[in-house]
Design a protein. Structure first.
Length: 167
C-alpha cells in the first residue's frame, strides 16, 4: 500500500464541494486523515477566497490510476475540464506525494506547490510534520518554519465535519 497526500481546494460553494470531494475520496480510498481547513486568497488571478486542506490516505492504485480517479471526482462535482489554470473552481484535487516517489510522468511528484504555496505546505506540515520531502531533504515542519509567511495570506477556519480528523 502506498501512502499518498492529496490537496483539496475550492472557491465555488467551497464547503459543499469539499465535503462532497471528501466523501468521494473516502469511497475510493477508504479511511482518510484530514488536516485543518485553511482559507486563502486566490493565487494567480483575482477571485473569491479558496478553502484548502490536505488529506492522507493509503492506496493500492498506481500513480496514473490515482490521478485518473481524482480527475473523475473533480468532473463528477462540476469541475470544467479545459478551463484556464488560474480560475475559479468547484473542486481541485491534486496528488502531492505518493510515498517518496520522485517522477515526471504521469504527473510531477513531489508536486511543486508543496514548496511554493502556503495553502499546501501549512496543512501538509500539520498532518505529516516529520515526513521528509524527497528532494528538499527537510521535514515538512522545518519547511513550514522556514517559509516566508508574509508571501501569502492564509488563516485556519472552522470546518464542520461529522467524522473528525480521521474517518
Amino acid at each position: 500500500m502506498a501512502r499518498i497526500y492529496i490537496s483539496l481546494g475550492s472557491n465555488i460553494e467551497p464547503t459543499h464541494y469539499l465535503k462532497a470531494g471528501l466523501q468521494s475520496l473516502r469511497t475510493y480510498l477508504g479511511p482518510l486523515q484530514l488536516s485543518s481547513m485553511y482559507e486563502s486568497e486566490a493565487v494567480g488571478f483575482n477571485g473569491t477566497n479558496f478553502l484548502n486542506m490536505v488529506v492522507c490516505a493509503q492506496t493500492e492504485l498506481n500513480i496514473a490510476e490515482v490521478v485518473a480517479q481524482f480527475k473523475q471526482i473533480e468532473q463528477n462535482h462540476g469541475r470544467l475540464m479545459g478551463a484556464k489554470k488560474f480560475s475559479p473552481r468547484t473542486l481541485d484535487i491534486d496528488l502531492l506525494l505518493y510515498d517518496d516517489v520522485v517522477c515526471q510522468t504521469p504527473v510531477i511528484l513531489p508536486r511543486a506547490e508543496i514548496v511554493s504555496n502556503a495553502f499546501v505546505l501549512w496543512p501538509l506540515s500539520e498532518i505529516a510534520p516529520d515526513l521528509i520531502h524527497p528532494l528538499q531533504q527537510k521535514t515538512y515542519a522545518a519547511m513550514w518554519d522556514e517559509y516566508d509567511k508574509t508571501s501569502q495570506k492564509l488563516w485556519p477556519v472552522t470546518f464542520e465535519w461529522p467524522y473528525g480528523l480521521t474517518f
